[in-house]
Design a protein around this ligand. Structure first.
Ligand code: AMP
Ligand code: ZN
Length: 196
């Protein structure tokens, strides 16, 4: 093989490896190191801005400790999770909007993360029924519920694929009134009527 051909092979191998190392599901771990993404940090946790916010305010709270998801939690993590709660209170003090904190029952991104999101749900990145249902059905586990489950059981139970599918295909319903829109454009239009 010529030297040039050898260099080409090495180059393509490097590209492949980089691609593998930067799998999309590791995006939060990358953002945790990005000063532009960070909103707040302490010794143990960091708050970043969600890159594709699903409401006017949308942060993610993550631990530096390598906990991949809610399914890896046990009672030894309760102190750390109490810090998540204090951080939520601090973020609430800094914003006028109504905020909720919680976890997706089946997270797609690696590293445990708690969503802190405003209830307006007004954002160009909120596009699909799956986006909507992931924050407005019981797929969204409020912080207090997660803490109670962890205290009572010592772990977080996975939901079945069937439950997951059912929750994602739930009919659209406004999170602020009883309106049942026919589709996402109608829902997004309707959300504007709730702006105070
Ligand atoms: P989930 O894993 O479903 O709980 O949600 C992952 C969240 O991460 C979503 O709200 C995404 O918009 C957000 N997200 C995806 N990639 C990034 C990134 N690189 N930096 C910050 N937030 C991200
Ligand atoms: Zn409504």
């Amino acid at each position: 093989m010529s030297k040039r051909a050898m260099e080409n092979v090495e180059e393509s191998f490097k590209k492949q490896t980089n691609k593998r190392n930067k799998h999309w599901s590791l995006g939060l771990v990358e953002s945790m190191k990005d000063p532009d993404a960070i909103y707040k940090e302490t010794k143990n946790i960091v708050v970043i801005k969600d890159k594709y916010p699903k409401a006017k305010i949308h942060y993610l709270v993550l631990p530096y400790e390598e906990i991949s998801s809610i399914y890896k939690l046990n009672k030894t993590h309760l102190n750390l999770l109490n810090e998540f709660g204090s951080m939520f209170n601090l973020i609430k003090e800094e914003h006028d909007s109504e905020l909720q904190a919680g976890f997706h029952a089946v997270p797609s991104m690696q590293r445990l993360h708690m969503h802190v999101i405003s209830t307006d749900m007004i954002s160009p990145s909120l596009k699909t029924k799956i986006h909507w249902n992931s924050f407005t059905t019981s797929f969204f586990i409020p912080y207090e519920d997660l803490m109670r489950k962890l205290n009572e059981n010592g772990f977080i139970q996975k939901i079945s694929n069937e439950t997951h599918k059912l929750l994602m295909s739930s009919p659209l319903k406004c999170n602020q009134c009883s309106f049942e829109p026919k589709n996402m454009p109608q829902l997004k239009q309707h959300l504007l009527t709730h702006i105070k």
